[in-house]
Design a protein around this ligand. Structure first.
Ligand code: ADP
Ligand code: ADP
Ligand code: MG
Length: 459
């Protein structure tokens, strides 16, 4: 390794996760924090910590100048951005490199290329990866949008070229709706992402979300199989698992190789995820986007392959070639991850910050809880509501589900409402047990099968 220290430009569970991987490699860890995070687990675990600003993310975790200055002042050799915040910001990666440090992730050019969802679609097509039928590039105006929509057929999705986190996507069922929504979508994308660019995709109904984990060292790219993340609310993942129950072996092979082809075409370095929609009736898959960072649900892949993806990222950033060859990466058993958020399922998932009064984490073989929580910790109101991720590994999916039910039953997290009851209800649901779901399943299920009151009894 040519790096001996790393600054973590993030907070919460992912900061703790990166800390542990860095420590395991013998690196000195420097943690940035806002005023809201002075008492955080990530700060406690770090060798050094640097205050970067007030609670508002814009003035702290999104402040490129403050983060780079903190890294320089602390003598960091490298900067790990985690996910969210500046993780997919090419200007940040460039600023880190310009200041003489290593950015733990792909090159700024690769981030820029793949982070533009329209440019990434084009690259996918060039690499022979099937994309969702839609516009060839950014759409110039409403007239062009109408022509394309008529050609591909309604319903269509208007998507922001710079979108992410489930935002910047609208479903449009008719020409009239398109006329109304297109200007609004453009204005919103400009306000939210600083880029009003839009593109169109055909709506793939009842599709499953499958995504391939890739690792690259700039020369070679390998895949670490897929995760399925079809259980979503508002296009955000709630429950993820791997491998996907819906993929026949030959489709899995083609899907994973297509992600490798795309990674190669981009000269990819570090950990990345290539996302697809999969139609389990026709057997077709369609590329949707690339996330050029570590993903929230990366532990699912770690549980079924035995790899440590964050260690891999740090080693690659230190200049090492990939430590594994494709044929050495093998699937073992099944893993499920539940995202546990500080939200009240009974009040339309309203975020609910506050004090953690009691925390009992279930333990046992194949059970992992990635978190930054401790008893007495006060969850601040300024950031994402993710409290932790429960990941369970079993010999097969049925074994995994059984272990998950028992882990959820043994989980005690009191003080604030959480999404634990939702997960207990999902883990007990026959359709979920059968793997019979798609990306709109959870929203319908929430309206029909789920009542937060009865779920509390289950949990
Ligand atoms: P994953 O794809 O890893 O499951 P998510 O979509 O849940 O990740 O996003 C991870 C985090 O990054 C979330 O906190 C999400 O709100 C945030 N995020 C992702 N993309 C963007 C973006 N373009 N702008 C703002 N926040 C984003
Ligand atoms: P983000 O950048 O916000 O993660 P994605 O393009 O990855 O956006 O899409 C997020 C989710 O939106 C997908 O997982 C899927 O549920 C839904 N989605 C996206 N594109 C389509 C499409 N063309 N048809 C149907 N659903 C889609
Ligand atoms: Mg996505």
């Amino acid at each position: 390794m040519t790096i001996s220290s790393v600054l973590i430009a993030n907070r919460g569970e992912i900061a703790v996760r990166i800390n542990r991987a860095a420590k395991a490699l013998g690196l000195r860890v420097i943690q940035v924090f806002s005023d809201a995070d002075a008492d955080s687990m990530a700060v406690r675990l770090a060798d050094d910590s640097v205050r970067i600003g007030p609670p508002a993310a814009k003035k702290s975790y999104l402040n490129i100048a403050a983060v780079v200055a903190a890294a320089k002042a602390a003598g960091a050799d490298a900067v790990h951005p985690g996910y969210g915040f500046l993780a997919e910001n090419a200007d940040f990666a460039e600023a880190v490199i310009a200041a003489g440090m290593v950015f733990v992730g792909p090159s700024p050019d690769a981030i820029r290329l793949l982070g533009d969802k329209v440019a990434a679609r084009r690259l996918a097509e060039l690499a022979g990866v099937p994309t969702v039928p839609g516009s060839g590039g950014r759409i110039a105006d409403l007239a062009e949008a109408k022509a394309i929509a008529l050609k591909i057929g309604f319903p269509v999705m208007i998507k922001a070229a710079a979108g992410g986190g489930g935002r910047g996507i609208r479903i449009v069922a008719s020409l009239e709706e398109l006329e109304r929504q297109f200007p609004q979508a453009s204005a919103e994308a400009l306000a939210a992402f600083g880029d009003g660019g839009l593109y169109l995709e055909k709506l793939i109904a009842r599709a499953r979300h499958v995504e391939v984990q890739i690792l690259g060292d700039g020369k070679n790219v390998v895949h670490c199989f897929e995760r399925e993340c079809s259980l979503q609310r508002r296009r955000q993942k709630v429950w993820e698992e791997g491998p996907s129950v819906a993929l026949p072996a030959d489709v899995r092979e083609r899907l994973c190789l297509s992600a490798v082809a795309l990674g190669r075409a981009a000269g990819y370095s570090g950990a990345g995820t290539v996302e697809y929609l999969y139609d389990d009736v026709s057997g077709d898959f369609y590329f949707i986007e690339v996330n050029t960072r570590i993903q929230v649900e990366h532990p699912v892949t770690e549980m079924i392959t035995g790899l440590d993806l964050v260690e891999e990222m740090l080693k690659i950033a230190g200049g090492a070639p990939l430590s594994v060859r494709q044929e050495q990466i093998r699937l073992s058993g099944h893993a499920i991850e539940c995202r546990i958020n500080a939200e009240d399922p009974a009040r339309d998932f309203m975020p609910w910050p506050g004090q953690i009064e009691r925390l009992v984490i279930p333990e046992g073989a194949g059970i992992r809880f990635d978190t930054a929580l401790y008893e007495g910790y006060h969850v601040p109101p300024f950031y994402d509501s993710l409290l932790g991720k429960l990941i369970v590994h079993g010999s097969d999916r049925a074994d995994c589900l059984a272990k998950l039910r028992s882990a959820l039953a043994g989980f005690e997290l009191f003080g604030i409402p959480t999404t634990l009851p939702l997960h207990a209800a999902l883990a007990a649901d026959p359709d979920v047990a059968a793997g019979a779901f798609h990306t709109r399943f959870l929203e319908t299920w929430l309206e029909t099968a789920f009542s937060a009151g009865s779920a509390k009894e289950v949990a």
